[in-house]
Write a protein that binds this ligand. Structure first.
Ligand code: NAD
Length: 400
């Protein structure tokens, strides 16, 4: 996946954004990408060096926001692509943030907990002057979790003093984390799907295949089951299970299938919820689902996306479908700044309201202009970011 590839979505969206192309041009490159080298002494005495990144793509709408990923595939461009997606995700969800992302090139499973704690604290020390509750607010991503956020929060607090809880989201609840953050992305995906199913068809008799029963996929599948939607296939990195009669995500029984087969099943709804780039030019011809809900970031390549549109497959893009996580992160940041504690029911209710409003706005644009949901989402985000830029005057204004 290349930054130049995802940026093509902006070209498709510009004609519908109703903004001066100057604002579009400003979004072609990240505002700032920082790199650091972290030497760390391992438990066995050896010193190893790790590469770390933080990209702040655009801060027009507020402090930048985005996760920290620990994975061997992390590099500068990877951070920039994910920060780009965060920029537009925050604008579609209408949370007052720009987009950021960061990470360390490491396999977290290869480290002990003591090593992970040292590495996480060193990451914060390296970037402490560039992040802050009003500047750039990290969160968990693949390979990091709430305890990582707890270590990072305590290190930031040690360096800067005070109790700056709004510096990071996804913290453990006793350290200012919010209830309902774990389920947020999966539940948010369900609320989006529920809205769209009601618009597109009169019944909810759909079969759903979920690739990646991790945090996001599991809570999505769980919510679908609670709400009477039928999951027929699930998988993890080791392979999948298919049962046309229905699968209980807590008691998985059925025929064993591969991840490749899962993507090509005869289902109504396909939900990639694992990794990037799983729907490409190579397999798009075999996809039978009529609706794709992108819970993973960037699961569809740009070329495959165009082919899906030609096949009339209704794709609900990542920047809308998986925005439940950043919406509840925003609630956590608000809760911290107001020294409040929200109850879980309240979090879920506010999440439902906010993500349904975003879905409605994107769907209305999609119908009004006859464009894909992805182009509708990018054009809505571009309009919001461009509109904020143009408050300071555009070319027409300064020519007078
Ligand atoms: P996770 O690590 O909890 O789960 C990932 C799942 O995918 C696991 O079941 C894993 O076994 C499976 N998987 C890994 N590699 C695979 C492969 N090659 N083929 C099939 N399955 C594979 O991660 P998560 O937090 O659930 O995140 C999943 C996706 O959702 C990622 O793309 C992430 O960027 C995106 N996302 C997560 C959040 C969040 O709040 N966690 C928010 C927005 C987007």
């Amino acid at each position: 996946m290349l930054l130049s590839s995802v940026k093509q979505y902006l070209n498709l969206a510009l004609p519908y954004a109703d903004i001066d192309p100057e604002s579009w041009e400003k979004l072609q490159y990240p505002r700032k990408t920082m790199e650091a080298t972290i030497p760390m002494r391992h438990d066995d005495g050896t010193l190893k060096t790790y590469r770390a990144y933080r990209c702040q793509y655009d801060d027009t709408l507020g402090p930048t926001k985005g996760g920290i990923r620990y994975h061997t595939s992390v590099n500068r461009e990877h951070a920039e692509i994910l920060a780009f997606l965060m920029t537009f995700k925050c604008a579609v969800a209408k949370v007052p943030f720009g987009g950021a992302k960061g990470g360390i090139t490491v396999d977290p499973k290869s480290l002990s907990h003591r090593e992970l704690e040292r590495l996480s604290k060193a990451y914060i020390a390296a970037f402490s002057d560039f992040i802050g509750p009003d500047l750039d607010i990290p969160a968990p991503d693949m390979g990091t979790d709430e305890i990582t956020m707890g270590w990072m929060y305590s290190e930031y607090k040690r360096i800067k003093g005070g109790n700056p809880r709004g510096i990071i989201t996804g913290k453990p609840v006793p350290l200012g984390g919010i209830k309902g953050r774990t389920t947020a992305t999966g539940y948010g995906g369900y609320y989006v799907l529920d809205y769209i199913l009601n618009k597109l068809q009169s019944n909810r008799q759909v079969s759903i295949a979920v690739q990646g029963l991790g945090n996001v996929g599991y809570w999505f599948a769980n919510k679908c089951q609670q709400e009477g939607l039928k999951i027929v296939a699930v998988s993890d990195v080791g392979g999948g299970t298919y049962n046309p009669k229905g699968i209980d995500p807590n008691n998985i029984e059925g025929e064993k299938i591969s991840n490749k087969e899962l993507l090509e099943l005869p289902v109504e709804v396909l939900v990639p919820a694992a990794i990037e780039n799983v729907i490409t030019e190579k397999n798009v011809g075999n996809i039978k689902a009529k609706l794709i809900l992108e819970l993973a970031n960037s699961p569809t390549s740009y070329e495959a996306d165009l082919l899906l549109e030609n096949k009339n497959v209704f794709v609900i893009p990542d920047i809308l479908a998986n925005s439940g996580g950043v919406i509840v992160s925003y609630f956590e940041w608000l809760q911290n700044r107001q020294a409040q504690e929200w109850e879980e029911d309240e979090v879920n209710l506010q999440l439902r309201n906010k993500i349904r409003t975003a879905t409605q706005k994107v769907f209305e644009r999609c119908i009004e202009h006859g464009i894909s949901m992805r182009t509708a989402a990018y054009s809505l985000a571009l309009k919001r970011i461009g509109g904020a830029n143009e408050c300071l005057g555009n070319k027409g204004y300064f020519q007078k």
